[in-house]
Design a protein around this ligand. Structure first.
Ligand SMILES: [Zn+2]
Ligand SMILES: [Zn+2]
Length: 325
């Protein structure tokens, strides 16, 4: 297949600090939403920067603007968190580590939780929400999720969050980001994936899914960056002595997690010349190894002739290098 790498867009990083007050993003639902999703003024509800007066960032948390930056702060069965920054918007996607860990990992890239505008939440499993109380709760950050997830998250943490609700399948806007949501087959209340339409292209998140549905394929196709689950190696999972059979069945089910091989099949369905970066995410500590996931996907890349796709395997223990788009 004659793949062509997309020519460089010529986007450059900016050196100036972000003027937070003038760039505070607002939440704008773009699709028709159910009445319970938003209060009468929710679309116009000011974000916390506007509401409380915009705090000046401290020296330690001063951020330099970049066009679009994605950093996977960590990913695996024990915790998931990613950071996305555009000129106007700074978000986490999930917060599955302790607040201290998330703060430390943000600090490694010169960022701080105080400069975030919100947290997108895929679903209520603890490896995605463990840090929410200490971050969103403490700092008053809004969390963006559907109603079923909001209920579970609030029950788990025993507190009320500033939830900005969307209906699964809806598209909404935060600052200069347009966010598409889509349903994932996974054993949570209402799990979702995200496609973040940034000025530098689409960034798609598809982790925690038992199989690769046509809907998932349709939504993540055309992505420039794809964060895709490669949870387990089938043989390692079957032979793993630390997992009871019932848990193995759950992981292998159509609402469990994607194996390396299933991820490769899904990748083949959606790869286009647009796709430049493929992150292998949510690896099981006991039932997978980075080299196995990499080898499986690299073989598939070679087989379909998609040599323009760069592979990165994520780690639960440390952030990936920031990707500047
Ligand atoms: Zn999950
Ligand atoms: Zn998970």
């Amino acid at each position: 297949m004659p793949w062509q790498t997309r020519p460089d867009t010529g986007r450059k990083s900016h050196a100036a600090p972000l003027p937070l007050a003038s760039t505070a993003p607002t939440f704008q639902p773009l699709a028709v939403l159910a009445p319970w999703d938003h209060g009468p003024n929710s679309a116009a509800r000011p974000c916390r920067w506007q509401k409380n007066g915009c705090p000046e960032p401290t020296a330690a948390s001063t951020v330099k603007s970049v066009a679009v930056q994605l950093t996977i702060l960590g990913s695996g069965s024990g915790g998931n968190c990613a950071y996305l920054e555009t000129e106007q918007t700074r978000l986490l996607i999930d917060a599955g580590f302790s607040p201290r860990q998330i703060r430390l990992r943000l600090a490694q890239i010169g960022r701080a939780p105080e400069n975030l505008h919100g947290i997108l939440v895929t679903h209520e499993h603890t490896d995605h929400i463990a840090g929410l109380a200490g971050l969103a709760g403490k700092l008053g950050l809004p969390i963006y999720c559907n109603r079923a997830t909001a209920e579970e998250v609030q029950r788990y943490h025993g507190m009320t969050f500033d939830c900005r609700l969307f209906t699964t399948g809806a598209t909404f806007k935060i600052g200069d980001l347009v966010i598409e949501t889509f349903s994932l087959p996974h054993d949570a209340q209402d799990p979702v994936g995200f496609v973040l339409r940034t000025p530098a292209g689409r960034i798609a998140f598809a982790t925690d899914l038992g199989h690769f549905t046509r809907l998932v394929a349709d939504r993540v196709r055309q992505a420039r960056v794809l964060v895709l689950e490669t949870n387990h190696d089938l043989r390692m999972l079957q032979e793993c002595p630390h997992r009871p059979w019932s848990l193995k069945q759950r992981i292998l089910s159509r609402h469990g997690h994607l194996s390396n091989e299933a991820a490769a099949e899904g990748f083949e369905q959606v790869v286009t010349e647009e796709l430049q970066h493929l992150y292998l995410a949510h690896l099981s500590r006991d039932c997978n190894r980075p080299e196995l996931a990499l080898a499986t996907l690299q073989q598939r890349i070679d087989r379909v002739g998609a040599k323009h796709v760069k592979l990165v395997v994520t780690s639960q223990d440390q952030p990936c290098a920031p990707l500047i788009l």
